[in-house]
Design a binder for this molecule. Sequence first.
Ligand code: SF4
Length: 272
Amino acid sequence: MTDEELRRELALLKELGYTHLDVQGAPAARASAAPEPPPPPAPEPPARPSAPALFDSAPPPPPRPSGPVPRDVPVGPEGAPDTRTIIDCDNLADLAVIAAPCTRCRLARTRTQVVFGTGNPNADLMFVGEAPGRDEDQQGKPFVGRAGQLLTDIIKAMRMTRDDVFIANVIKCRPPENRNPEPDELDACRPYIRRQIEMIRPKVIVVLGRFALQSLTEKAYSISSVRGQWLQHEGVKIMPTYHPAYLLRNPAAKKDVWQDMKKVMTELGITP
Ligand code: SF4
């Protein structure tokens, strides 16, 4: 190559952005592409808070704000506590935490809050009703309205207090306008009451009304035909009787309920 040809070639390379020539082969601009520095070490993922032992396989859902679930939030098994999580829970307080944000059924959309149940976690006697009403939905406690006051009076007449017993419902969220629970809602909520009973292990369960009885036993009992007769649920004695709300409408039935409660007192060793 002549000097003139070399000058023209160097001018062309300069126009193309080359500033150095690598006499070993590739132009300096490419060769000078320094090796990439090693990437910085990836940051450690944030440490996960250690979960209680009972949540080893399924950590509790993150807390959600209380109040009604927005209507556009999907309800149903997707994203809600699964039945295995409920069954594996071995502590009543933890089960309440699991239930609080529950969206296993459509009642999540209209409730104010889940009404889990209250009372003595080691109670000999449980009362199981149907579902929260307006007062219960507002206060987060079962049986606090007029029917609840009547139940409180019945418990007192049995020489106990509400703190001696455990009170819960088979449905934990208020059905809109206090309508009857739908079968799929009863199915979705049933694991909670079953697990509550398994953990409390009461000697006697007083089941209040037809829906509670049918949901708990999954049998089509009529309350008027089995009221006052001992039944069994998973080895626990059940006494079916009328719901206090029914007694408010039919005060004459109070004497039947009192007969039933006297049987319960005798079973618990309390002198009627
Ligand atoms: S009623 Fe029971 S299953 Fe349905 S959202 Fe409430 S807690 Fe969950």
